[in-house]
Design a protein around this ligand. Structure first.
Ligand SMILES: *Cc1c(COP(=O)(O)O)cnc(C)c1O
Length: 376
């Protein structure tokens, strides 16, 4: 059996090696390392894929979120509502910009922002909501957009884990995640569903004014060379990464389908176990399984992880410490936070390997091992 990994970027690369190697060598030959033609081409291709007017490539997903928030003209102390149950980047950028993170509860089944708690967290200082499509499944964007409209708030989607996923509105309209809010942000970190061979990220929007502004912010606040109108930063996707992403984008649906097949295998194997809750699927969303995350019911999680490790099966806890428990936010006087579902989840979730390069032999081995442990 091939070794089992959380992600297998090497095997994925081997299948498209000739194409990728040629594209990389072409960039090296041209020496257009920064803002070469591949960057523009990738932005165009991603716009077409997502069905969005503007894609602004940048250095990584964290920068994408930061640039998005910088474009909204928020004032220090303005409140930004985000889930606590997410990767730290989502909330860290809020704090970095001296905005106040306000943590919202997540739904215990879908792991995404709880829209009932969202409305409760809105105050006169709330300016924006950052929903996260956690593990690859969309948050309830229709409800979130309705609340945002009611209170006149910006919505910045953290789409780092869900590129390619779709959301179905009640009128039947289907949109890709990351294109529904005012701004969507994504990451091309190598292990993401669309992974570069290094860092990368992108911002998308249908709002041309915001697009121009974010383009400027990502480029030292300049619209014309050496004329800097706003305070910006330096955040670029390099040409080599763009050339690789251009090739991989054509395979993204195939990669996501392969992840869905792995998830279906796990669902079938674990579905009848009382000890394991398989990831719930919301009827409004497709799921692209950036992670396959189980909720354990009365199972020794550390015991399971070490049992699997002995069998050379990796398993990860995303995330063991939620945002509201992180020391970095103490300075914001967030006070005592009551997020029982988030706390409950951080103690019970476990993520199993899911990627485009898994075979049935590996899946059979993993599922047997998990079931062996939970049945003891
Ligand atoms: C990966 C990730 C990010 C950050 O992306 P980087 O490219 O690593 O900066 C932000 N939010 C979420 C939910 C992520 O999973």
């Amino acid at each position: 059996m091939r070794p089992i990994q959380m992600v297998d970027t090497r095997s994925q690369y081997q299948k498209i090696k000739n194409e990728v190697d040629k594209a990389v060598l072409d960039v090296m030959d041209s020496s257009a390392f920064i803002n070469g033609p591949s960057v523009k081409e990738f932005a165009k291709n991603l716009e077409a894929y997502l069905g969005v007017k503007h894609v602004i490539p940048c250095a990584n997903g964290t920068d994408a979120l930061q640039i998005a928030l910088m474009a909204l003209d928020l004032q220090p102390g303005d409140e930004v509502i985000t889930p606590s149950f997410t990767y730290i980047a989502t909330t860290e950028v809020v704090a970095l910009l001296r905005l106040k993170p306000v943590f919202v509860e997540v739904d215990r089944n879908t792991f995404c922002l709880d829209v009932v708690d969202l409305e409760k967290k809105i105050t006169s200082k709330t300016k924006a909501i950052v929903p996260v499509h956690l593990y690859g499944q969309a948050a309830n964007m229709e409800a979130i957009m309705a609340i945002a409209e009611k209170y006149n708030l910006f919505v910045v989607e953290d789409n780092a884990q869900a590129i390619g996923a779709e959301f179905t509105f009640s009128d039947g309209a289907i949109r890709k995640t990351g294109t529904i809010g005012h701004i969507g942000c994504t990451s091309f970190y190598p292990s993401k569903n669309l992974g570069a061979f290094g860092d990368g990220g992108a911002i998308c929007t249908n709002d041309s004014e915001l697009a121009t502004k974010m383009q400027m912010i990502a480029n030292h606040g300049q619209s014309k060379r050496y004329y800097h109108d706003v305070v910006g930063c330096n955040s670029r996707l390099d040409s080599i990464q763009a050339a690789i992403l251009n090739i991989k984008l054509a395979h993204l649906d195939e990669y996501n389908n392969a992840r869905q097949e792995v998830a279906a295998y796990y669902d079938k194997a674990f579905g009848s176990s009382e000890k394991l809750a398989v990831p719930a699927k919301a009827d409004f969303a497709s799921h692209v399984y950036h992670q396959y995350t189980l909720i354990l019911n009365d199972v020794d999680r550390d015991g399971l992880v070490s049992f699997l490790a002995e069998k050379k099966i990796p398993a990860m806890i995303y995330y063991p410490v939620a945002g509201h428990q992180q020391k970095m936010f103490a300075q914001f006087n967030i006070g005592e936070q009551h997020l029982p579902v988030t706390d409950w989840l951080t103690e019970r979730v476990v993520s199993l390997p899911v990627h485009s390069e898994m075979d049935n032999e590996q899946l059979e081995y993993i599922t047997s091992a998990v079931l062996e442990f939970v049945k003891r």
